[in-house]
Design a protein around this ligand. Structure first.
Ligand code: FES
Length: 195
């Protein structure tokens, strides 16, 4: 009888030890919550870093529409002459009596592409007949305003740097342009009719 009791208690001890061993091997409820919390924190940090990189890096490369186009001063048309078209940037470089400006090449009516007419010395839209001056000002037609403009920065050979973020022409005042930077990601509405 005593031997049987001893054997039973030995079996119970063994089973209890096994339970303890199983409890020690697996994570506790608290540890599990820590793991979940840690994983969430890592995910949050990963997402924050990805968002930071997304916003910090430029969306468009230089020379790609939506980004900045850089030109040598020698590419700028002489004052009062025909404008220069840059199809990749959807822009026209124009050197008017008021100064230099860069025009968005798309008509403000319904998005056709006005061409430059050397004979009439104006932009003419082939779709519904809107006409624009060399500086993009509205002349006639269904367009609701003049041609839109881009933000421009001019670097002069004397080291001066002049920027126009409102689309207004930059007066040259006899200065020679060394470099032109046109930001095709910064478009400004063209001047209203009659302005
Ligand atoms: S799209 Fe240019 S006039 Fe209509």
């Amino acid at each position: 009888m005593a031997t049987a009791t001893k054997q039973r208690s030995a079996i119970v001890d063994k089973a209890q030890k096994k339970e303890v061993a199983v409890e020690v091997a697996g994570p506790t409820r608290r540890e599990f919550l820590y793991y979940i919390w840690g994983a969430s924190l890592l995910m949050f940090l990963g997402q924050s870093t990805a968002f930071f990189i997304w916003f910090a890096l430029p969306r468009f490369r230089e020379g790609e529409f939506g980004g900045v186009f850089v030109f040598d001063g020698s590419e700028v048309p002489a004052q009062g002459t025909n404008p220069t078209e840059i199809p990749a940037g959807r822009l026209w470089m124009a050197n008017t009596g008021e100064g230099f400006l860069a025009l968005y090449a798309v008509c403000t009516h319904l998005g056709c592409l006005p061409g430059w007419n050397e004979n009439t010395f104006r932009f003419e839209c082939p779709c519904h007949g809107s006409r624009f001056e060399l500086n993009g000002d509205f002349i006639t037609g269904p367009a609701p305003r003049g041609l839109d403009r881009y933000s421009v920065t001019l670097v002069f050979t004397n080291g001066e740097v002049v920027a126009s973020t409102d689309g207004e022409p930059i007066p040259l005042q006899g200065r020679e342009i060394a470099e032109v930077r046109v930001d095709t990601g910064a478009r400004i509405n063209g001047p209203p009719i009659g302005s």
